[in-house]
Every structure is written in C-alpha cells, then in structure tokens.
Design a protein around this ligand. Structure first.
Ligand code: GUN
Length: 302
C-alpha cells in the first residue's frame, strides 16, 4: 500500500449547512412571532422520477425542522401544461406561500422554461426566472440559485475576502456555472468560465486560486490540474456503477478527490460538501422571501 499524502483541508459543507439551518430556524421562529404565520414554501413535483422524489421529501423535512410551512403538490406524469400553469398561478396568489419550487426535470412534453416563466419572480426561491437572472447580472436584489450561493458562502467562510483571486468555473449552466461566475465577479475575483470547448483546460485550471467544478463528469479534474494550495469546490454528484461493497453505486464528484487532496489547500468532499448547502440555501431564500412579502428587513447573518 502506498502512503496517501494529504495536504488539503476538508471544507465541511454538512457542518456549515447545519449551522445555517439552525440560524434559519431561529429567524423563522422570530418571523412567526412577529407576523402570526410561518414562512411557507410550495414544492411541486410532477411525475415519479425516483431522485426527484428523494429531493422533494428531503426539502419538506428540512422545512418542517426549520419552522417553515411546506406545501407539497405531487402531480401525475400525465399532468397537462394547462393544469400545471393553473397550479402555479394559484400558488402565486396564495398569501401563505412565500416561495415556489417546481422540481426539475419535468416529464417529457412539459416546457420547463414556460413553467419557470409563470412563477412570480418574487416567489422564485430557486432563482431560475429570467427576471432573477437579470437582477443578478445588473446587481439588483432578487433571488440567486441555491447551489452557487451555497458555494460562495463556503468560499467566503474558508477564504474570507475573495478580492483579486483568480477563479475558474468549469461548466456554464444557467443553474450553476453562469450564476457562480457572476457571484465571484461581484465578490471581486477575476473569473474565467471554462467549458467543453475550452482549449488546454488543465492549463487554464492550473492558474486558478479557486476552482469550481460543475460539469457532471466523475473525476474529470485531475490532481495535476490544480495549483498547489488552491481552494477546490466540487459541485458534481455522480453515481458510479454498483460494486459488491457499494451496491447502490458510490457517489463521486467532478474532481478526482484522492489526487486533489494531495495538492489543493482545501477541498469540498462528495458527499458532505456542496450537496447539503443547496437545501439550506433554499430555506434561506424562502425566509428572505417571507420577510420581503411582510415588508420586514431580512434577518442578518444568514
Ligand atoms: N432539480 C435538481 N436540483 C434542483 C433545484 O435546485 N431546483 C429545482 N427546481 N429542481 C432541481
């Protein structure tokens, strides 16, 4: 057995998310005291995608634990676009509902963009509506997608001020890569967005003080791509093929963790890194939405 060299600190997203959820719970209790109603999140699940069922169940449980009312709407895969839009419009008008999340992916035949466009931007706690993407890009108050906001929180908690640091975001999705790049730019980092057509990707990544990998390809980022001491945020959650000792398949990130551990200054593990942050930030966005709807200042420190 060769010895494993480890230099990187482990960024414990699970512990950070637990702390955040506790602060949200306290602020939600204060909101309920002040307004005589709980903050409310409506979650809409269409169809029977197994992974989505697990996520939606986890979101409902996390809401209840934080003192946020959870309204679950589970609709059959045969639901028509008109039925789904009617539900979204009803939730837009419902004063008990501060946040609306339509779980993606939707079954084939339902237009995701049309459904997201129907959500009131001020209840769009996923931050997926073009109005919220636009607000983020021009620096107006809105909602920021949960995963990249969670990544920024972990980076700022670990590094403090990000000013002047070189950041490379690998992946340009609307949900993670693009808003991540925007948040890092707003935090005064110098940002490169890399993607499948980027030339000399290892060289580009090697320049970065901060690497955010969000491509969905297991172990793609190798140890020798990473600048010694860099901070690595691994957004990937990839399930490998089942093996005898892992019959459900092992979960791995987009970064080759074993190799990166020997080079990076700090790294998020998979699982237990970015994953737990997404739901915690969803609760945070819902709490912020509730305060805005009630005309109250959003609580500090969450
Ligand atoms: N499917 C997987 N992740 C998400 C998410 O963050 N929001 C929604 N709406 N659907 C998802």
């Amino acid at each position: 057995m060769g010895e494993t060299v480890t230099t990187a600190a482990r960024i414990d997203g699970k512990a950070f998310a637990e702390g955040l959820r506790a602060r949200i719970g306290a602020a939600a209790a204060a909101f309920t005291q002040a307004t005589a109603r709980r903050p409310g999140l409506a979650v809409v699940l269409v169809g029977d995608d197994a992974a989505s069922q697990v996520y939606v169940g986890a979101k409902a449980k996390a809401c209840e634990a934080a003192g946020i009312a959870s309204f679950e709407h589970r609709l059959p895969a045969t639901t028509s676009a008109a039925e789904l839009l009617t539900l979204v419009e009803r939730l837009n008008r419902d004063p008990e509902v501060d946040g609306i999340l339509v779980q993606l992916p939707l079954p084939q035949g339902l237009d995701e963009q049309a459904v997201i466009a129907a959500i009131d931007p001020d209840k769009d706690v996923d931050g997926f509506h073009v109005i919220n993407a636009g607000r983020l890009s021009v620096g107006q108050e809105g909602f920021v997608p949960c995963t990249p906001l969670g990544c920024l929180m972990l980076l700022q908690d670990h590094l403090g001020d990000l000013s002047g640091l070189d950041a490379v975001v690998i992946g340009r999705s609307n949900i993670v890569g693009k808003p991540m790049a925007q948040l890092l730019t707003d935090a005064n980092a110098t940002v490169t967005i890399a993607h499948s057509r980027t030339k000399n990707l290892p060289e580009v990544v090697r320049r970065a003080d901060i690497v955010v990998a969000a491509v969905g390809r297991p172990g793609m980022v190798r140890g020798d791509w990473i600048k010694p001491g860099a901070t690595v945020i691994d957004v990937g959650i990839n399930r490998l093929a089942p093996t005898e000792d892992k019959p459900k398949g092992r979960l791995v990130g987009d970064v080759h963790y074993g190799e990166a551990l020997a080079v990076a200054g700090a790294i998020t593990p998979v699982p237990g890194g970015v994953g737990p942050m997404t739901i915690a930030v969803l609760l945070r966005n819902t709490l912020v939405a509730a305060h805005r709807h009630a005309g109250l200042d959003a609580p500090e420190g969450i």
